[in-house]
Design a protein around this ligand. Structure first.
Ligand code: 13P
Length: 247
């Protein structure tokens, strides 16, 4: 399975940072065996898509409605028109700060798909849930309720992002990553059959150039969702190179 390394810039990036987008897109083209993408703040989608035509520019959220009285929100059609080809939905920061439920995330995934956007659905446990021995139960419950029945490997990827590993410099052991990704894989196959074996499962949370090779070598780790280390070509490209080497 071709690995996907997607950057999530979160609320970082202004017009002056389009040079970094161009540098990443240009350098990533040297690794045709790896899919890469950058999920940018909404304000940068159109200028980035104009700057790097053909490169996969994504959004970080997509509203479930087509239009209407949803102040401050953006529909799939708006994101598509701006130049996005994919979007993240259900990131833990939005689940926590915006109170997004699994049902919201499922509806958002379907709304994005209706506009031909690829979708990365995020799941992940908190530190308290891991300490209580509930990590797998929590993640599998989120997965079951966040994925629509229409999910298919040609448009949907799952990102396992332990909340306690995001932005902290801490990562789970490779054994714990293998166990969680294996459990997610089993759930995907049980629900979607053969296509569940083909859905990409990304790891996210403090992935960087130093730890990418070992994380990407874990079975069922089909790529990464990268926050801080996606903000510059210097930090992002070593992760892409590790993915190419792991193929
Ligand atoms: P960091 O790579 O900064 O830990 O962020 C991970 C993340 O939340 C990506 O969506």
């Amino acid at each position: 399975m071709q690995k996907l390394i997607a950057g999530n810039w979160k609320m970082n990036g202004r017009l002056g940072d389009l040079d970094a987008v161009a540098a990443i897109a240009g350098a990533a083209s040297a690794y045709p065996s790896v899919d890469t993408a950058l999920c940018l703040p909404a304000t940068l989608i159109a200028p980035a898509a104009a700057r790097v035509p053909g490169y996969a520019i994504g959004a970080q959220d997509c509203h479930m409605a087509v239009s209407g009285a949803h102040t401050g929100c953006l529909s799939g059609a708006m994101l598509k028109e701006a130049g996005a080809s994919l979007t993240i939905v259900g990131h833990s920061e939005r689940r926590a700060a915006q109170g997004e439920s699994d049902a919201d995330v499922r509806a958002k995934a379907l709304a994005a798909r209706a506009e031909d956007l690829s979708v990365i659905v995020c799941v992940g446990e908190t530190e308290a849930e891991r300490d209580a021995g509930e990590a797998e139960m929590v993640v599998l419950a989120q997965l079951a309720a966040s994925l629509p029945d229409e999910a298919a490997s040609d448009w949907l990827s799952v990102a396992y992002e332990p909340v306690w590993a995001i932005g902290t410099g801490r990562i789970p052991s490779t054994e714990d990553v293998a166990a969680m990704h294996g459990a997610i894989r089993a759930a995907l196959q049980a629900r979607f059959g053969d296509d569940g074996a083909a859905m990409r499962i990304l790891y996210g949370g403090s992935m960087n150039g130093d730890n990418a090779a070992s994380l990407l070598a874990v079975p069922n780790v089909d790529g990464g969702l990268i926050g801080g280390a996606s903000l510059s070509a210097e930090k992002f490209l070593p992760i892409v190179a590790a993915a190419a080497a792991a193929n």
